[in-house]
Design a protein around this ligand. Structure first.
Ligand code: FES
Ligand code: FES
Length: 153
């Protein structure tokens, strides 16, 4: 076990963890942040996505040893009152179905718009293709992102 310190959703935290433990386990089991979801466990589905220094990253394969000193943001820390433009557009466009993948979807979308305020449709599809949705919400995801670009771009 080791003491690992990082910034989580704007607050400095220190946890006791095995450096090889995936960040997702610590977030969900130790820190009660259950927005990031476990699904594939091998960086294929995107359900566990969080931001590390602003970049969308699968937390299921991120060992705690890589978290020291980093800025970690989960869906819970993306906005104060679920009022990030993407979260509002997700509600207005009724994007989610079962919802399981949606935290990962929004974190990837936020990372995409952080890097590129006006991505093309092709760039949106390319940026979002790391998240799998078995409910097939892809078209509504794209529609919500394009709404944010139109209204805030
Ligand atoms: S659970 Fe992490 S990418 Fe699927
Ligand atoms: S909304 Fe059900 S898996 Fe995406």
């Amino acid at each position: 076990m080791a003491k690992i310190s990082f910034n989580l959703n704007g607050e400095d935290v220190t946890v006791d963890a095995d450096p090889g433990t995936p960040l997702l386990w610590i977030l969900r089991e130790e820190l009660d942040l259950t927005g990031p979801k476990y699904s594939c466990g091998i960086a294929v589905c995107g359900a566990c996505a969080i931001h590390i220094n602003g970049e969308a990253t699968p937390s299921c394969i991120t060992p705690m040893s890589l978290v020291e000193g980093r800025k970690i943001t989960t869906i819970e820390g993306l906005s104060q009152d679920n009022d990030h433009p993407l979260q509002q557009a997700w509600t207005e466009e009724q994007v989610p179905q079962c919802g399981y993948c949606q935290s990962g979807m929004i974190m990837f979308a936020a990372s995409l718009l952080n890097k590129n305020k006006k991505p093309s449709r092709e760039e949106i599809d390319e940026g979002m293709n790391r998240v799998l949705c078995r409910c097939g919400t892809y078209l509504r995801v794209r529609k919500a992102i394009e709404k944010v670009i139109r209204e805030n771009g």
